[in-house]
Design a protein around this ligand. Sequence first.
Ligand code: GDD
Ligand code: MG
Length: 338
Amino acid sequence: MKNIILCGGNGTRLWPLSRTLYPKQFSKLINDKSLFQETALRNLSFCESRIIVTNEEHYFLAKDQLDSLNLKNSTFLLEPVGRNTAPAIALACLMLDPEEIVLVTPSDHLITMDENYLYTIEEAKFFVDQDFLVTFGIKAKSPDIGLGYIEAEGNEVISFKEKPTQKKANEYFSSGRYYWNSGMFMFKARVFLEELNTYSKIIFDSCCKAIKNAKAEVPLRIRNEDMIEIPSNSIDYAVMEISRKVKVVPTTIHWSDLGSFEALSEQIPSDSYGNSTNNEKNYFINSKNNLIISNDKTIAMIEVEDLMIVDTIDALLISKKGHSQQVKKIVEILKLEN
Ligand code: GDD
Ligand code: MG
């Protein structure tokens, strides 16, 4: 089995911790390994090799992080610009033997590798062998609008809804019938490419052309003129919402997509008042349910509630907890100004 590791996102919801030049997957947010390194290690025992699909400006960063783990058998596929996950996965699948089984994983999730994880992968393989596209369902824990939702009965997918409106997400959550889409997928390369060809032919054709034109060199780079011709779309919209060959493996693995500061906050131990920080030099006085992330500076909070402070060398974020999905707006404004 091959592990396709998707590394091309910018993780804008964690600004200023996650930056264009140093996105969240490469940051050591929780321990001394980056989320990207943890991803490669987690799948090592059942994926004999991996394809890293990333932006060309992150090549050396990704390579250094793998080299420092002494991980062999990594192939890089470099994109001059990102076109979202459907093209990234298609390009990687086109490099492989069509019957190869791939485990597609985001590079920026926090997942615990244990018996449960291994069992989940085994279960998925059962459906992959029968030519299905497998998704992994995490029981929805809140009506989060940043995720995909899978309506399921056993392993049957009744419907797949990518990033619903808040109203719909509330409905899905309270019905109890929906799983969050974990963002990991497993299938044979051929089966995914056939479904992509059926439902998003332009992406399929333009990816075939891009791979054909890529120079036969290591690492493999897609030419800019080919990449910009590929329509940008996610696997979720381009295939998963439409395909009838999708199965779900419900799982109780320990999973967080760290898609917001609230999600990150849940992974950092808190005191008895619900305050959490990554840095023991920070202080909370008569304060509750706050988050401080900082490196060098000491930060103190007095008589405040539900506040988040994220301090980095050149940017400071102060936000009320529960509203950090709006961080993306700041990033958009900054992009326009620069
Ligand atoms: N190579 C490459 N190129 N990788 C990319 C690109 C790209 O253009 N765009 C995104 N990625 C990578 C990201 O780095 C991340 O590891 C993964 O692909 C998923 O992309 P996100 O942009 O983080 O997707 P999302 O979080 O909005 O939604 C997806 O994941 C959710 C779970 O976290 C969907 O699959 C949802 O349905 C799912 O619930
Ligand atoms: Mg994500």
